[in-house]
Design a protein around this ligand. Structure first.
Ligand code: AMP
Ligand code: MN
Ligand code: MN
Ligand code: MN
Length: 284
């Protein structure tokens, strides 16, 4: 039986394992089909593909795109994308520019709080990968400005906090278009993590569905039984297929592990059984 984990991160964005190490760990944890879904980049996919091929693991090429909807940032996972697609790559390039500009602005805000050298440090840490707020959180922890990643978000990086930089990402419609255009399916990531009221979330889901979104994450690495129940309800209400993924970033986080997921509820179509997808695009 396949064991799917359709949401994970590598050093191409804010994960701590290289794509090869990530795929190796997934294999060790019994995952048979893994999607690498780095933030706004497909750069990790080639290395992941090579390791997956060696180990006999199915790799589903993916991405997690930041999308603006009204004043909110939603995360749209693309599964089964073709990373060579020019429309997708043009979109990614725009997102990357926004990320670089935002990173500089975050540093400026931290400087106003007398925290210096953040940009240089995170840029070095991220290397050729995407700079994310998680890099800033780690910088703040390492330099003892805060005690934990959570505190870094609560004090500096979270929405409305002193180093928060509001960013207008590509629209929901655009991101879904890029994914669909490159042969993938768009999945709304971790629907309960946006701090939206139920009525707002329903409006977001309605816009997502209208723009061609096909799936929603019902089971994530941190879902409680109640979370799964609620997400399943939204999946049914908007006739979306159900996805599952750990959103793994770092082995040091003992709460989240590759492949460690509650069972997908029955009575809903999982994304890997979608007729028009035919098991998603699988490397090789
Ligand atoms: P960004 O896409 O650059 O805004 O960064 C968002 C990333 O930061 C997410 O993908 C998570 O990996 C991480 N993140 C967001 N909120 C928290 C939090 N409260 N604690 C730890 N990590 C977080
Ligand atoms: Mn992340
Ligand atoms: Mn996310
Ligand atoms: Mn993620």
């Amino acid at each position: 039986m396949e064991k799917y984990d359709l949401h994970s991160h590598s050093t191409a964005s804010d994960g701590s394992l290289t794509p090869g190490q990530l795929v190796t760990r997934a294999h060790e944890k019994g995952v048979t089909a893994l999607a690498l879904t780095d933030h706004d980049t497909t750069n990790g996919l080639e290395e992941a593909r090579r390791t997956a091929q060696n180990l006999g693991l199915r790799l589903i090429p993916g991405i997690e795109l930041s999308a603006s909807w009204q004043k909110h940032c939603l995360h749209i996972v693309g599964l089964g994308i073709d990373p060579t697609n020019p429309v997708l790559q043009a979109g990614i390039e725009k997102q990357q520019q926004l990320r670089s500009q935002r990173a500089l602005k975050i540093s400026e805000k931290l400087e106003k709080k007398r925290i210096f050298g953040a940009f240089e440090a995170v840029a070095q840490k991220a290397g050729s990968g995407m700079i994310t707020r998680l890099h800033y959180a780690d910088f703040l922890v390492e330099n003892q400005h805060v005690e934990s990643q959570q505190q870094a978000f609560d004090k500096y990086l979270g929405q409305g906090k002193s180093a928060f930089v509001s960013t207008t990402w590509a629209s929901l419609e655009e991101t879904i278009h890029w994914i669909t255009e490159s042969g993938g399916i768009a999945v709304l990531a971790h629907p309960l993590r946006y701090k939206l009221t139920t009525s707002k979330l329903k409006k977001a889901l309605s816009a997502f569905k209208q723009a061609g979104g096909k799936g929603i994450e019902v089971v994530t690495g941190r879902s409680s039984p109640d979370d799964i129940h609620r997400s399943l309800h939204f999946a049914r209400l908007f006739e979306l297929s159900a996805s599952q993924g750990s959103d793994f970033h770092n082995p040091a986080n003992e709460w989240v592990e590759l492949g460690r997921l509650a069972d997908m509820p029955t009575g809903i179509q999982p994304v890997w059984e979608m007729e028009n997808i035919q098991g998603l695009t699988i490397y090789p």
